[in-house]
Design a protein around this ligand. Structure first.
Ligand SMILES: *Cc1c(COP(=O)(O)O)cnc(C)c1O
Length: 229
């Protein structure tokens, strides 16, 4: 099942990428939150290497028992008291949304002599219920962020509104791409930022058409999540 789901998704990813004028490579992040390690291993055995979790605790449980070349992306809201473990286990932290959190990550990365890749999370549709920076917050954070030596800003992430009509999210994905281009135009950072983490099970095709380089897919790979167990 999981293997077939993944095969289908790769076909759809490739189709959508052909429609994008960016010609970008797209990385599939298998969002394995709430799912047991046996299922994560199934995805691994189907060839997947990048896994996304929204709780540090779950990364800490799964990473040590999974093959060493599995990569872990922290995609959920991160509290400062979880930063140590997040930096220890995460390839990329997608959910940085304040300078205080960035400084905390920088300090921890410095302590273990790591350069931590991060993305800035944007609340792209200004939803009350969502985490993330607004546009002004984004513009304000860039200079102080550029002064931190142990984090490397790679790009932007968003969780677009939940909708049955993914086409409605196209404007948000387009805005994300414009903001990434804006950051690159500021020259605050030595390297060009090139990651756009956007698109989930219901809207990843539209996200890719608008330039997503990383899609975070859970339900379409592993099935619905049950939070009551
Ligand atoms: C759960 C989650 C996903 C995956 O969502 P699906 O709709 O199951 O594909 C993607 N991104 C984040 C931040 C999530 O928390």
């Amino acid at each position: 099942m999981i293997k077939e789901n993944i095969e289908k998704i790769h076909i759809e990813i490739n189709k959508a990428a052909l429609k994008s004028d960016k010609g970008q490579n797209v990385t599939l992040i298998c969002v394995s939150k709430t799912k047991p390690v046996e299922m994560v291993l199934e995805a691994y055995n189907a060839g997947e290497r990048v896994f996304g979790e929204n709780k540090v605790q779950e990364i800490c449980e799964k990473a040590p028992v999974m093959p060493k070349d599995a990569k872990w992306h922290m995609i959920g809201h991160l509290q400062k008291n979880k930063v140590r473990k997040a930096v220890q286990f995460s390839d990329i932290i997608h959910s940085v949304d304040s300078i205080e959190l960035a400084e905390c990550i920088d300090k921890e990365a410095n302590r273990i002599e790591k350069i931590q890749d991060i993305l800035l999370e944007l609340n792209i549709a200004s939803e009350e219920s969502k985490y993330g920076l607004d546009e002004i917050g984004l513009k304000d954070i860039l200079r102080p962020l550029s002064e931190l030596n142990n984090i490397r800003l790679r790009g932007l992430m968003c969780v677009a509104p939940y909708t049955d009509m993914p086409e409605e999210n196209r404007k948000y994905f387009r805005k994300m791409r414009e903001l990434l281009e804006y950051i690159n135009s500021t020259k605050f950072f030595d390297e060009q930022l090139n990651i756009l983490s956007m698109g989930m099970s219901n809207d990843f095709k539209i996200a890719i058409e608008e330039g997503a380089t990383h899609v975070r897919i859970g339900t379409s790979i592993f099935g619905e999540r049950n939070y009551n167990i």
